[in-house]
Design a protein around this ligand. Structure first.
Ligand SMILES: Cc1cc2nc3c(=O)[nH]c(=O)nc-3n(C[C@H](O)[C@H](O)[C@H](O)COP(=O)(O)OP(=O)(O)OC[C@H]3O[C@@H](n4cnc5c(N)ncnc54)[C@H](O)[C@@H]3O)c2cc1C
Length: 564
């Protein structure tokens, strides 16, 4: 079965819904495909807030926001893209407010802003510590208001291609079973991140790199895949995130000796240095024997019960539920955990990929505004600014393209059906969760906060073996049609393995330390040789990768030594 629209958006998180709303405003027929109900998207778990230089608490300016973003990126961000994001933020956040987002307030009624890591001014707007939840629900209301068709619980398996042009997406219908295609003149990927390839990740189970893998297999280049961010404050038991807002509200990080150790590593910014710096400092403390059971301590006790209950109620609850600690009385044990993929599908500042008809926005994309290290609060902002821009461009260009002939997507349907049938027919071999476990172990051990040639090469070898086992066939025990999560998980693990391979190989390729890519064998940033993006690509026919470099766009800010 093939249905047709002008624009199809794959993914209903903040980026996808914001893109859909803007495309609908462009007067074209828009549909959204999502493997989850929209409000279950990972965006909903964002806690700390969204950056915007409103200057409500202290002087601020979009230019300073741009500079902080570029410095935070360790000078790998494309500066034109960062400028657009920081300057367009103000109108976009005010629009969110008008759509109905109830941001926390200052006593004078203005939107409150909290300090966040590596920001020169308190710049992060928030709704207590459930910002993503609030934004996502408001966006969903707007989606309904604009009467956008949502194919809920449709799992996209592959892009539909007509030669070199993307003509929509081929899906597995999770509720009813069966392969169905949604044909469109413009297809926008907004499928989020890929943190599930690591143990102890903050990411939801659905963050499996699907969109990156689909675009990659169709020949789209991926950019800066080695840049996986580790968030400094996650719970050891299950990777659950304790927001940076805790440090923004005045929380301390202490080691086993009670020392506020960040004074040694970032004497000015202390706990509010950038995430890569704080994660490395924690790792060093833990590995030099000043940790507490593999963690350091996030101490909020001096803030007092009133402050914690007002500004950080969700964090208190998470620590109680998942670590058995009441943050009012005791410090929370935390450690760095895999959190955010700075790299992704390479796009221009309108979300366009080099493939005709294919766009990307949000965490799946690499515009690139985050470079080698994202600032907390900039990702939600990217979903909104670049979601809007991408939706607008996808609609505008859809109107200029010829309609897709439905028969052209039939080949894609056949191919996906064959893949599904092959998975269902496999009777012996490993289960996909066994392969995911092994993958997550080698990624955590070898591509964590610190990396070196030997570890990364080991990961490349491990991944090659896991991919070979996967290709021989994984067993899907559920043979049914309805909510066959065994089947979809098997497909997701295939995406994870391929994207992990790009991450590890790009990691070996970049012979320097920059942002999240911190090598013990190349400890310095090397602007002479490595002030460049990595670009990894393959063709649809040949699964072998090639890796090359591409220049970074520099407008105003020449690279400087980065200290906090
Ligand atoms: C715990 C946590 C807290 C965070 N806190 C903050 C914060 O405070 N501030 C900040 O700026 N950033 C934060 N981030 C980062 C930020 O929330 C995310 O990067 C951002 O929300 C991603 O949005 P997205 O729309 O790109 O993707 P997502 O919200 O992940 O949505 C992806 C969508 O794609 C769909 N999808 C995926 N694969 C398929 C497929 N194969 N077929 C169909 N549909 C598919 C899913 O159903 C979903 O609807 C946080 C992240 C985490 C994990």
């Amino acid at each position: 079965m093939v249905t047709q629209h002008d624009v199809v958006i794959v993914g209903a998180g903040l980026a996808g819904m914001r893109a859909a709303i803007e495309a609908a405003r462009g007067g074209v027929d828009v549909a959204v495909v999502s493997k989850l109900h929209p409000v279950r998207s990972h965006s909903g778990s964002a806690e700390g807030g969204i950056n915007v230089a409103l200057g409500n608490v202290a002087d601020d300016d979009p230019d300073i926001h741009t500079f902080d973003t570029i410095k935070g990126s360790d000078y790998l961000a494309d500066q034109d893209a960062a400028e657009i994001m920081c300057h367009e933020a103000i109108e976009d956040i005010i629009e969110l407010e008008h759509m109905g987002c109830y941001f926390s307030r200052l006593p004078n009624g203005r939107i409150a802003q909290r300090p966040f890591g590596a920001a020169g001014s308190p710049r992060t707007a928030f709704a207590a510590d459930i910002t993503g939840h609030v934004l996502l629900h408001v966006m969903y209301e707007q989606l309904l208001k604009h009467e956008v068709k949502v194919y809920e619980e449709y799992f996209a398996v592959d892009l539909a291609m007509d030669g070199e042009t993307c003509t929509g997406v081929v899906c597995w219908d999770l509720v009813n079973g069966g392969v169905k295609a949604v044909a469109a003149r413009s297809t926008v990927l907004a499928t989020g991140g890929m943190g599930r390839m690591f143990h102890g990740t903050t990411n939801a189970y659905a963050c499996t790199g699907d969109g990156m893998a689909m675009a990659f297999r169709a020949g789209a280049p991926l950019k800066d895949m080695e840049m996986m961010q580790f968030h400094p404050t996650t719970l050891k038991s299950n990777g659950v995130l304790i927001t940076e807002g805790c440090r923004g509200e005045g929380g301390y990080l202490r080691n086993s000796e009670g020392e506020r150790f960040m004074a040694k590593y970032a004497p000015n910014a202390l706990e509010l240095a950038s995430r890569d710096v704080v994660s490395r400092s924690e790792w060093t403390e833990i590995h030099e024997g000043r940790g507490v059971d593999g963690c350091v301590l996030l101490d909020l006790t001096h803030l007092g019960a009133d402050h914690i209950n007002r500004a950080l109620p969700g964090s208190r609850e998470l620590a109680l539920d998942h670590a058995g600690v009441d943050a009012i009385d005791d410090p929370i044990p935390v450690r760095p955990g895999a959190h955010y993929q700075m790299g992704g599908v390479a796009t221009d500042v309108w979300g366009r990929t080099p493939i005709e008809g294919l766009y990307a926005a949000g965490e799946v994309a690499c515009v690139s505004v985050h470079g080698a290290n994202r600032l907390g609060g900039n990702s939600l902002l990217e979903t909104v600014v670049y979601g809007r821009r991408t939706g607008a461009k996808a609609a505008e260009e859809a109107a200029e393209r010829r309609p897709v002939e439905a028969t052209r997507t039939a080949a894609g349907i056949d191919m996906v059906r064959q893949r599904v049938n092959r998975l269902l027919a496999t009777e012996s071999g490993p289960r996909s969760d066994e392969l995911r476990e092994a993958l997550a172990t080698t990624m955590y051990d070898n591509l964590g906060v610190f990396r070196d040639e030997a570890g990364m090469t080991q990961a490349v070898k491990d991944i090659a073996e896991l991919r070979a086992r996967y290709d021989e066939g994984v067993v899907v025990q559920d043979k049914g049609d309805v909510f066959n999560s065994d089947l979809t998980y098997a497909i997701e693990v295939g995406y994870l393995l391929e994207m992990a391979d790009t991450l590890a190989q790009c990691g070996v390729f970049r012979k320097e330390s920059r942002g999240a890519h911190s090598r013990t064998d190349f400890v310095e940033r090397d602007d002479e040789n490595w002030l460049c993006h990595t670009i990894v690509r393959r063709t649809p026919e040949d699964p072998e990768f090639t890796i090359e470099t591409a220049p970074v766009t520099i407008t105003k800010h020449q690279p400087k030594v980065r200290t906090y």
